[in-house]
Ligand binder design. Structure first.
Ligand SMILES: [Ca+2]
Length: 284
């Protein structure tokens, strides 16, 4: 009898302990869920603050209407306003150094015919240029345009920028890749989405005040993207920026964002556009 009572007591205690444990799990919030930047809760709350912008034109400059713009960036160390541009198309792809005020071509390196040039960025004293389908990137000396070395990646190459520590690359999908600037290995990625779902066809990129700005191919829109979550925090609507009169000579889509952090100046252009625009964003 005593033995039976002992067993019953032990069983009772086990049930109490297991019940307490299960109850604790059920009522304690899971920190992983709430700290996960990709959790739906977080995405929904950030998406609810998406802001739309229109623009004012501050200045207009000449842009080579033969330049099929795929990459656009300023050299932050150059106070003379020198613009660097990567152009595409097979047999016509190039890396260019351009005087922003006059549009005058200061230096050019032509890619060999098998490469379709894509985005460019300046990292320290080097220029990095992607190619579309060749899965090959080029690293040049910024001043001489001497080709220092090549690297490979596993996707198509579209746009590229950097946050000071990592290169950030688009491949025409909704994905952005973070890449080590020394090894060129992918160290992370984000999926870009707004409240309507994934935002695909991300093209030319620019890192501006802690956000990634991305041209969306075949649109006149630029997405402002949180590099932490991939959430679109705002849409910049640039409809009508290039007037109908200027849409001659086969001008294509908006593509090309360049930013000068020192004086907060933002420049945009497009494929074979005759003009480069300095704009300011105006919340709608
Ligand atoms: Ca850019």
């Amino acid at each position: 009898m005593v033995r039976l009572l002992k067993r019953a007591f032990i069983l009772f205690m086990i049930i109490i302990l297991v019940s307490s444990f299960l109850l604790t799990i059920l009522i304690t919030p899971n920190p992983d869920i709430h700290d996960d930047p990709n959790s739906n809760d977080k995405k929904n709350s950030e998406n609810s603050t998406t802001t739309n912008y229109t623009y004012n034109i501050i200045n207009t400059y000449h842009h080579d209407p033969q330049a099929f713009t795929q990459g656009l960036v300023f050299d932050v160390e150059d106070e003379d306003g020198v613009l660097y541009e990567g152009t595409g198309l097979y047999g016509r792809s190039s890396l260019r150094k351009v005087d922003r005020e006059t549009g005058k071509l200061l230096k050019i390196h032509n890619l060999s015919d098998q490469y379709f040039g894509e985005g460019i960025t300046i990292f320290e004293d080097k220029i990095i240029q992607l190619t579309w389908k060749a899965k090959t990137g080029f690293v040049y000396d910024k001043d001489s345009f001497e080709l220092l070395h090549q690297f490979n990646y596993s996707t198509e190459g579209w746009g590229i920028t950097h946050n000071g520590e990592r290169l950030i690359m688009s491949d025409g999908t909704a994905k952005l890749y973070f890449i080590d600037p020394e090894t060129f290995l992918v160290t992370g990625s984000i999926e870009v989405a707004d409240q309507d779902g994934p935002v695909t066809k991300l093209n030319e990129l620019e890192y501006i005040r802690g956000e990634i700005y991305a041209n969306v191919w075949q649109t006149d829109r630029i997405a402002r993207i949180s590099p932490r979550t991939g959430n679109v925090t705002g849409w910049v609507e640039l409809d009508g920026l290039l007037s109908a009169e200027d849409r001659t000579g086969g001008a294509g889509v908006l593509n090309g964002i360049a930013y000068v952090a020192e004086n907060d100046r933002l420049f945009v252009t497009g494929k074979k556009w005759p003009k480069l625009f300095e704009i300011e964003l105006v919340p709608i």
